[in-house]
Design a protein around this ligand. Sequence first.
Ligand SMILES: Nc1nc2c(c(=O)[nH]1)N[C@H]1C(S)=C(S)[C@@H](COP(=O)(O)O)O[C@H]1N2
Ligand SMILES: [Mo]
Length: 282
Amino acid sequence: MRLAGAAVAGLALDARAAEKLAIQVRSAYSTEETPTPYRHVTGYNNFQEFGPYKEDPAELAHGLRTRPWSVIIDGLVQKPKTLAIEDILKLAPIEDRTYRLRCVEGWSMVVPWLGFPLSALLRQVEPLGNAKFVEFTSVTQPDVMPGVRRHTLPWPYREGLRLDEAMHPLTLACVGLYGEVLPNQNGAPFRLVVPWKYGFKSAKSIVRIRYTETEPLTTWNALQPDEYGFYANVNPDVSHPRWSQARERRLGEFFKRPTQLFNGYADQVGQLYAGLDLRKHY
Ligand SMILES: Nc1nc2c(c(=O)[nH]1)N[C@H]1C(S)=C(S)[C@@H](COP(=O)(O)O)O[C@H]1N2
Ligand SMILES: [Mo]
């Protein structure tokens, strides 16, 4: 069964029983590259709340409670708002956004995400003039998250973007993949996908979005600032202190391929960083 699924992607598709997502517009931002097989996308994950190994999320995330779910938008805004996931799903047409995902660890995938521009969600509130960043907070459910119980990281998982990055049309409010609602291990029911940055910027299972004036303290950056920058733009020329970022292994492929500046999205996002020293602000 496993082998058959591996050989014929369509078979693996049929074996799935997850809820399908109705409206799907293929976005002009989608890459034409072949998507990484479903079993890798949903079986090889980083979701430290469920444990340190790539298999842990697929094995354990079935316990994650994704209903009821709401997202608080607060901080430097005229009026804070709490949105139920049911309403978030109706904010904008759901698009198919097939993006490259490059993990800071040196592997990559091509994932057919489903979602809509995060800007549609951020526009639900009116930010104050001094708001310059947004912070994203992931859920903590200690009873079903062994990583949280073991205090392996300072929980909750936090990420952040500059406001102009968060409003960029490529930045995705992600609610699904491969035509269905997000599997728990991929960050159900709602996550961020920022395709030109290392994967750790794309926080999963988000419960809070907070507008701030100063750069928010983000999990990996706070823990090891020399290894994980706040910007974390994919850059083959800026090495991680312990390994080169020049090449990457696409899951399912044997030979490594060259890593692209901004993960191949330089034409779209390069101007966001005009005048910024990418070596200093890594
Ligand atoms: N809450 C939370 N979000 C997270 C992580 C995590 O451990 N916890 N890992 C990040 C990392 S390092 C990567 S590479 C991506 C992986 O997303 P995927 O498992 O859907 O491919 O999620 C990111 N978002
Ligand atoms: Mo990652």
